[in-house]
Design a protein. Structure first.
Length: 464
RNA sequence: GGUCCCAUCGUCUAGAGGCCUAGGACACCACCCUCUCAAGGUGGCGACACGGGUUCGAAUCCCGUUGGGACUGCCA
């Protein structure tokens, strides 16, 4: 039996990191077995879905490096669902219901549990406008979900309401469309968030009613949660949930993939940074945890830093390009060659690519802004002035390489009783505008003698 | 409220009854390296929710308690 897995996002907003992990696991399963991975856009709710989101899903999936073999849109499959509804009607497992939410609530004593009270179950209502179709949950009975992650979950039918299968206008609801699609597409593994676990008995009931043979294998993934241990949601956690935001911030797909894969699964042998190939080879649903995992952006950043440092300089330069293109300098002042010269120093100093421009802006801005706090901290007239005077004189005449600049700066500092650590600070602020940044002497080499001297003069003038 | 799920350092996890004095990673702290900041190196802090069983032996199995979460739409 060939493995067939699917990811079935609903295009109501941008692609979610939780969806990313679900997609990743499904993709692992398909790729490790030569099976198929299906993208199914669940847009049966015409009201809420939006087309831009569909593109966003595809973009995010491609960015993650997840390719799919088949793609479906539920909105294009209405006739298939209509046929399924007919089969259910024919089998006598559904009934028409005219109750509104308010009707049901009015019938119940205050404080009673919500859920449909099966009022219309035996009324034998004919189809008519305003009447939805409900599934007649077999009573008595119980359904067992055999879940690879949670084990056997048994639910008594008394606790399953007669859920709506088709709207009054005849259109299919999530549960029906979802089940029919899995049946039609011969999906073998349903791997999704465990927020769907309570739906699964209904899914199984429908599967049987539709004449499905072997059920798919189920694996309900633990939720990815926020610091309050609530499931990550677009509304509550907008700042950390949207995949596109991470793309924009300069995370590497490989780092995101690796981090996501580790949320609920571990490759073993105390290893964390693992290649895609290793993950595909070693991933197993049986090894997935059952408890929720906090989405820790700090750890993600750390992973990203690791991945950035593992890049070759050429790869780093290429990955930085879009962020450089959006830098705060006029485009004509940017030089790829200059960036390439300092790139190895930048590479060990950023955790996300969006930090790159600020590391090198002093090279491409005519007048880099001077940070006020930095200026206040190191530009005290007593030592800064003589220091700047000293290096100005020495830099004007010396050989322009890092070793010489290092020696000259050291000497200028010693002359006024400063160690290099203290001595370099005013020079750094004068030239780069900041107290921190890439190594000073390498930076000066790349900047060039003329501009270095100009900036030292300007700072010196401002000092007096 | 009802149903269901979950419970190892702050966080992600290793752990399938003796290998556990509970391992790794992120974060944090200290030190080393060092022109700043990083990176790198070394070390440190830090957990089996609680109570009962079962067993010669339990983080691991069972029951209960407590605590968290999901679901509870003619949304998906």
């Amino acid at each position: 039996m060939t493995v067939r897995t699917r990811i079935s996002p609903s295009p109501t907003g941008y692609f979610h990191v939780g969806g990313g992990r679900t997609a990743l696991y499904n993709w692992f399963l398909a790729r490790q077995s030569g099976g198929a991975f299906i993208l199914r856009i669940e847009d049966t709710d015409q009201e809420r879905h939006n087309e831009e989101a569909v593109d966003g899903i595809r973009r995010a999936m491609r960015w993650l490096g997840l390719d799919w073999d088949e793609e479906y849109r539920q909105s294009e499959r209405a006739p298939v669902y209509a046929a399924a509804v007919d089969r259910l009607v024919g089998a006598g497992v559904v009934y028409n219901c005219e109750c509104t939410r308010d009707d049901v609530a009015a019938r119940k004593p205050p404080g009673a549990p919500p859920g449909y009270d099966r009022f219309c179950r035996d009324r034998g209502l004919d189809p008519a406008p305003g009447r939805a179709l409900r599934f007649k949950v077999p009573l008595p009975g119980s359904t067992t979900v055999q879940d690879l992650i949670h084990g056997d979950v048994v639910v008594d039918h008394d606790n399953i309401e007669d859920f709506v299968v088709a709207r009054a206008d005849g259109s299919a609801l999530f549960l029906l469309a979802n089940t029919v699609d899995d049946l039609d597409a011969h999906v073998t593994h349903v791997v999704r968030g465990d927020d769907h676990l309570p739906n699964t008995p209904k899914y199984q009931l429908l599967w049987d009613a539709l004449g499905g043979a072997d059920l798919p294998v189920f694996a309900h993934l633990p939720m990815i949660v926020n610091e309050k241990r609530q499931k990550l949601s677009k509304r509550r956690d907008t700042d950390k949930v949207v995949m596109e935001d991470y793309i924009a911030e300069g995370y590497l797909p490989a780092a995101m993939r690796n981090y996501l894969a580790l949320l609920g699964w571990a490759p073993g042998e105390n290893r964390e940074i693992v290649t895609l190939e290793e993950m595909v080879a070693q991933f197993a649903l049986a090894d997935v945890n059952s408890s929720p995992a906090f989405f820790d952006v700090k750890k993600l950043r750390s992973f990203n830093g690791d991945y950035i440092r593992a890049l070759s300089v050429e790869e780093f330069v290429a990955a930085s390009e879009p962020f450089l293109a959006a830098g705060p300098w006029p485009p004509d002042r940017f030089s790829a060659e200059t960036f390439r010269a300092i790139a190895p120093e930048v590479q060990t100093r950023v955790e996300v690519l969006s930090q790159v421009p600020a590391m090198v802006d002093f090279l491409f801005l005519a007048n880099p802004p001077v940070d006020d706090a930095a200026w206040a901290k190191v530009m005290n007239a007593d030592s800064a002035a003589p220091m700047l005077d000293g290096v100005a004189e020495r830099y004007a005449a010396c050989t322009w390489d890092a070793d010489t600049l290092h020696a000259e700066t050291l000497a200028a500092g010693e002359k006024i009783g400063l160690k290099l650590g203290k001595a370099q600070a005013p020079v750094r602020v004068a030239v780069t505008g900041r107290t921190v940044g890439p190594p000073l002497f390498e930076s000066l080499v790349v900047l060039g003698r003329d501009r270095t001297l100009e900036r030292i003069d300007a700072a010196r003038a401002r000092l007096s």
